[in-house]
Structure formats: C-alpha cells, structure tokens
Design a binder for this molecule. Structure first.
Ligand SMILES: [Ca+2]
Length: 377
C-alpha cells in the first residue's frame, strides 16, 4: 500500500513536501501604510497619484486604496515590497479604458529581481477598454528580470469586451517563483484571452479557491487557467472554472503538479475540453509529466479530461499522469488519451458521456506502441 501511494502521488516523487512550507512562509505585511486620500478619486491623474505613492516609498509599504473608483489613463507600475490593498472587491474599483494598457504592470529590468508584491481586495474593471488583442487587461508581469513572492488575493477582475487577459506572467529571461492566486473572481472574454496565464517558467504556484470564467462565446477565447512554460510544482485546487475557449484548466507543459477538486464546465462551446495535460512546443520546453488529476467534477466538455501532444515528437508525450476519482458528466468523450506514456486511470465516474474513454482515435501519428502504455485500472 505504501509503495502504491509513493508511485501514484507525484508529490512524493518530486520532493514537494517543501510546497506547503514555502506557501506558508511568504514575506509578512509591510509595517508602513500609505493611504491614498479619497479626495483624489476624481478621475483626474488617478494613475499618477497611485504611481507617485509607490515611487515615493523607500522600503516595504502597503498602498491603501479607499472605497471608490480610480480611472487610470496609464498602467501603474509596481516595484518590490509594494502591496496594493483595497477595501474590498466590490468597494475599491480600478478602471482603465486605454487600449493595450493593463491596469497594473510588474516589469523588473534584466538582472533585477522584484519580490514581495501583492494585490488584494479590489476590483479591476477593463470592460470599457477598446479591443486590444492581449495587450491590456488586469495585471501583467512581462519582463526580462526575475520575480518572487507574488500574491493575488480577493480580486475581482473583469476584462470581457476587449480581448484582454486577467493575470499574465510572461517574459523570456530571469526566473519566477512563489506565486499565489487565491479567492478571486476573474471574468474574461474575446479573442486570445486567458483568465490566468503563466507563460514564463515558474516554480511553486498555488491557484486555489478562485472562480474563473470565459464569457462571450466561441473558441477564439483561450483558456480560463493556463500553466505553461514548463512550470514546476503547482497546485490548482478548489477552483470553479467555466471554459468557453479551448480548455478550462490547461497544463501545457508543466510538471510535478496537482489539479484537484475543481469544478470545470466546458459549456460545450469548447473545441477541446475541460482539463488538459498537454505538450505544445510553442508553450515551452519539454513535456508535461508527474501530474495528479484527482476528484474534479467536469461537465459539458467536448473532451472531459485529456492528455495531448500537439507536436509530432512523441518523446515529449505526457507521462506519469494519474487521473483518478474524477466525476465526468455529459461530455462527448469523458477521458481522451490522445498521447502519453504511463497514464493511469482509476476510479473515475462517468455520467452521460457519449464515450467514456478514448485512446488516440483519429490521431494518425499516434503509434500502437504509444497506445499500449496507457493503463486503465
Ligand atoms: Ca485624482
């Protein structure tokens, strides 16, 4: 029994016993509080006033935003040890209506590391932004520098209308590690948009207790939650996710992670499905492996849960993936093992699926040898 749990639990393999310790030891709240006066909430230079408060601090500080609406003309740029804290996701509202401008940006220059940045208890509403094809949206980290200890908690981010992302972590150089997205509502829509997109290779990610929705129909919106880049050590747990693009929760590629206890509705508009463990070369180096997909409830997907390789390089097929104790309801294919090695299915419940399990049907480059490595218990 012990041997079984060691084999089937990716955390045991990856030494992920550090995960909880890291997540419970983020830097403490800054002692200094810089309150933004309510009188500044007049829609005039609101972004400059918040920016000045950030730029004039020397040392860790909470930028305390009052109840009301800030209208930004330009993105507010964060630096190390700054927490942006509102009075509540229905009380402090930040809007921006300029194309290609996220409300907040985090951009450490090459060779620098920004650390300990937090956003909490506020709404970011970019629904009046003109269409900008991924350029705008909520919060963007795109830089050649490095980042650690980043928290998004208690946010309400709305970007539908303009095709912008909710939260994005991208950039080519440097490292990113220790990221939490928790207790937030994120609603996005439009072409090529993601709710949470982690594109830069990132280590130690917790995405928990969020509600993430793609609204506006058609597959040309992308994924609600996406961990890409070959990121490592993640937990995506207890989220409610609605997908209307490709996929509700996408790992593509990522390793040593867990996708558990989420509720994912595919809304039937999806071209793919609800939860994917994927390889796609343009999303990052290597393949997806050592992943546990457990106790999720998925419904109304084209494919409920699937392992996938979009490239003809079978050495990068997903491997060591355990899919167990999920409830899969009302999907065209419950579990679709398009490609992979050492994939284990166990104790899944299928309700009203057209087909429960399909292995590689219609995929011409999937070899019989690859198919034989699926294990359905
Ligand atoms: Ca003002």
């Amino acid at each position: 029994m012990l041997l079984f749990s060691l084999i089937s639990n990716p955390y045991a393999k990856a030494g992920l016993d550090e995960f909880d310790h890291i997540m419970n030891h983020f830097p403490p709240a800054p002692d200094t509080i810089v309150a933004i006066a309510e009188s500044l909430l007049d829609g005039i230079k609101d972004d400059i006033e918040i920016q000045d408060a950030i730029d004039n601090t020397h040392g860790p500080a909470i930028i305390d935003l009052p109840e009301g609406t800030f209208n930004l003309e330009d993105s507010v740029k964060l630096k190390s040890n700054i927490w942006i804290v509102g009075k509540g996701a229905d009380k402090t509202i930040v809007t921006i209506n300029k194309a290609n401008k996220p409300a907040f940006t985090i951009s450490p220059p090459e060779g620098e590391t920004y650390r300990n940045i937090r956003f909490s208890n506020l709404m970011i509403d970019t629904t009046n932004q003109p269409y900008s094809n991924q350029g705008g949206g909520g919060i963007t980290y795109k830089a050649d520098g490095s980042l650690e200890y980043l928290v998004f908690d208690g946010l309400n981010i709305k970007t539908e209308g303009g095709g912008q992302h909710g939260i994005v972590i991208s950039g080519d150089d440097g490292f990113c590690r220790f990221v939490k997205v928790t207790n937030s509502d994120i609603t996005i829509g439009g072409l090529f948009s993601y709710g949470v997109l982690i594109l830069k290779p990132t280590e130690y990610i917790m995405i928990q207790d969020n509600s993430v929705r793609v609204v506006q129909h058609t597959w040309d919106a992308f994924n609600s939650l996406a961990i890409y880049g070959g990121s490592k050590y993640f937990r995506v747990i207890d989220n409610h996710v609605e997908g209307r693009g490709h996929t509700g929760i996408a790992i593509s590629p990522g390793s040593y992670g867990e996708v558990s206890r989420n509720t994912v509705r595919g809304s039937f508009v999806s071209d793919e499905g609800c939860i994917e463990v994927e390889r796609k070369k343009s999303h990052g180096i290597g393949g997806s492996h050592d992943i546990l997909v457990e106790e999720n409830i998925v419904s109304e997907g084209n494919w409920g849960i699937y392992t996938h390789n979009r490239n003809k390089d079978s050495e990068f097929d997903p491997y060591n993936v355990t899919i167990r104790s999920n409830t899969i309801r009302d999907c065209r294919i419950g579990i679709y093992l398009h490609a992979g090695r050492n994939i284990t299915l166990r104790d899944n419940i299928f309700e009203d699926c057209d087909q429960d399990v399909v292995t590689g049907a219609g995929i011409v480059w999937l070899t019989p040898a690859t198919l034989s490595k699926f294990s359905i218990e």
